[in-house]
Write a protein that binds this ligand. Structure first.
Ligand code: UDP
Ligand code: MG
Length: 155
């Protein structure tokens, strides 16, 4: 059974620098994921250390933080059936050179940390990450004419 879920995506500084924000957003929109929240913000060390806490001991952690603070990023919340796994599938695996062709990372990037996007990796992480980047009133629940195709019975 599919669940309706929300998940968090960050469009990273390499995508901002390379003027590929629209190309990222369109992939999620054309799939049928609903845009529930979107903003540009500049990340700080405290937020990033929390966000990438699982990588704190890694040698690349300081450069990852520097990279993520190079420009503002675009944060968004997407909603859809099994949105967490659906978005991860569209994003592709961490190393863009071995990610499946057709994914955002494989098609539009070559390297880490500059792999275009972050996406929540579990339902629990999605809840925590949405709360990290958005106030409740910044996340919108609304109906669209296309909901019948993308949610529910699909007819
Ligand atoms: N990263 C990196 N070097 C590595 C592994 C990861 O620079 O060897 C960066 C990369 O930008 C990645 C982010 O750290 O997207 C978070 O790593 P994670 O393992 O959580 O991968 P993700 O969930 O983003 O696929
Ligand atoms: Mg991760």
């Amino acid at each position: 059974m599919a669940d309706i879920q929300k998940t968090l995506v960050l469009i990273k500084p390499d995508a901002i620098q390379r003027e590929l924000v629209g190309r990222v957003v369109v992939r999620f929109e054309e799939k049928g994921l609903k845009l529930c929240a979107m903003k540009m913000t500049h990340l700080d060390e405290v937020t990033l250390t929390e966000h990438y806490g699982h990588l704190k001991e890694k040698p690349f952690f300081p450069s990852l933080l520097q990279f993520m603070m190079q420009t503002p990023i675009v944060a968004m919340v997407l909603e859809g059936l099994d949105a967490v796994d659906t978005v991860r599938a569209i994003v592709g695996s961490t190393n863009p050179r071995v990610a499946d062709a057709g994914t955002i990372r494989a098609d539009l990037s070559m390297n880490v940390p500059s792999n275009m996007v972050h996406a929540s990796d579990s339902v629990e992480a999605a809840v925590a990450e949405i709360n990290r980047f958005f106030k409740p009133e910044e996340v919108f629940n609304y109906e669209k004419f296309t909901d019948k195709y993308h949610f529910g019975e699909g007819i």
